[in-house]
Write a protein that binds this ligand. Structure first.
Ligand SMILES: Nc1ncnc2c1ncn2[C@@H]1O[C@H](COP(=O)(O)OP(=O)(O)OP(=O)(O)O)[C@@H](O)[C@H]1O
Ligand SMILES: [Mg+2]
Length: 315
């Protein structure tokens, strides 16, 4: 795990853009950054453009806090990556993981992501590297000020916020959302609703929420996904799958893979296309996202097996 006790030599190796240009040798992050966390994921061919949702995000107000909250596989990351593509070079990205449950680590990633698109005061990195136990109260206002003061607004996207449970980290995000001013935006994607001052942000006209109902694909998008996944289905079969998955993007995709794996017998035009929570691909997926056992809401309601969790989402 990255820790602030690591020394500067590591920081020099891992320092962000400005150190690459030789301007920072001592003020970079005091631990090795994982570079891939700072970029949106690559979008594979066959991914359906979420045009309507991206347009909505592009129209988010100045100072907006965008919350994209839905269970696994609803296409949160894919949507945000498409939005980031359209926004161009004014977007900073951080993929959060469980190791970021330390305010100094989390805020270092935010600072680096921001610094790459709108260079920030190097003093922020010094503060982050200081041994002070409470970096958040000193660093968050500076980050918010830096985001607010940029001549060209920036958007800072944090994906997988559900991994954060450290109180100081959650407080830091909450403060950043509150203190954000000017044209810049903060976007959070999470499987569970992050703790934020929703009413206050809403009353200020600064809250945009995108949920599972928005992310569920319509029939046209579902057909495009199935086509992109090279599932040879009749229009009727595609409609059946759309109905059974209720537009859940990963469900559609896994169903397409399952149909391919089942071979030509199932691919007859008159065949019924099945889809259920205990399909092997679905069970494997739910196991791989490793989310259901820790989510009290779903596990408690359903008894906790992948199939039960899947079914509870559909209710
Ligand atoms: N726009 C899309 N076009 C085609 N497939 C999609 C699309 N969105 C999602 N999918 C399918 O669903 C999968 C999961 O999507 P994504 O990772 O964006 O979901 P997520 O909501 O971020 O899930 P998690 O909570 O696990 O991070 C993708 O790998 C892809 O197979
Ligand atoms: Mg995701």
């Amino acid at each position: 795990m990255a820790t602030l006790s690591s020394v500067e030599t590591t920081a020099q190796r891992a320092a962000p853009s400005r150190s690459a240009r030789g301007r920072r040798s001592r003020d970079g992050p005091p631990f090795e950054l994982i570079e891939s966390k700072l970029h949106p994921p690559w979008l594979r061919p066959g991914i359906v453009a979420r045009t309507e949702l991206v347009e909505r995000l592009l129209a988010a107000s100045a100072g907006a806090v965008v919350c994209v909250v839905a269970p696994p596989g609803y296409g949160k990351t894919t949507l945000l990556a498409q939005w980031a593509q359209r926004r161009g070079d004014r977007v900073g990205w951080v993929t959060v993981d469980p190791h970021d449950n330390d305010p100094a680590v989390l805020l270092t990633y935010l600072a680096v992501a921001l610094d790459r698109i709108a260079p920030i005061d190097l003093g922020i990195f010094k503060l982050l590297a200081s041994p002070a136990s409470h970096v958040a109260p000193t660093v968050v206002p500076r980050l918010a000020a830096a985001m607010s003061a940029t001549t060209e607004p920036v958007t800072l996207i944090l994906d997988h916020v559900e991994f954060l449970d450290n109180r100081q980290c959650l407080d830091a995000l909450q403060q950043l959302a509150v203190q954000l001013a000017g044209g810049s935006q903060l976007a959070l994607a999470s499987r569970t609703r992050p703790r934020l001052p929703y009413s206050r942000l809403r009353s200020q006209g600064r809250l945009m929420e995108v949920g599972a109902a928005d992310l569920a694909m319509g029939l046209t998008e579902a057909r495009a996904l199935l086509k992109g996944a090279e599932a040879r289905l009749t229009a009727d079969q595609a409609s059946q799958l759309h109905r059974r998955t209720e537009g859940w993007p990963v469900g559609l995709y896994l169903a397409a893979l399952a149909l391919q794996a089942a071979g030509p017998a199932v691919n007859r035009p008159d065949a019924e296309v099945g889809f259920a929570g205990d399909d092997r691909f679905i069970v494997d997926y739910l196991n791989s996202v490793a989310w259901f056992p820790v989510n009290a809401g779903h596990a408690g309601k359903s008894g906790g097996s992948p199939a039960d969790v899947w079914c509870s989402w559909r209710r």
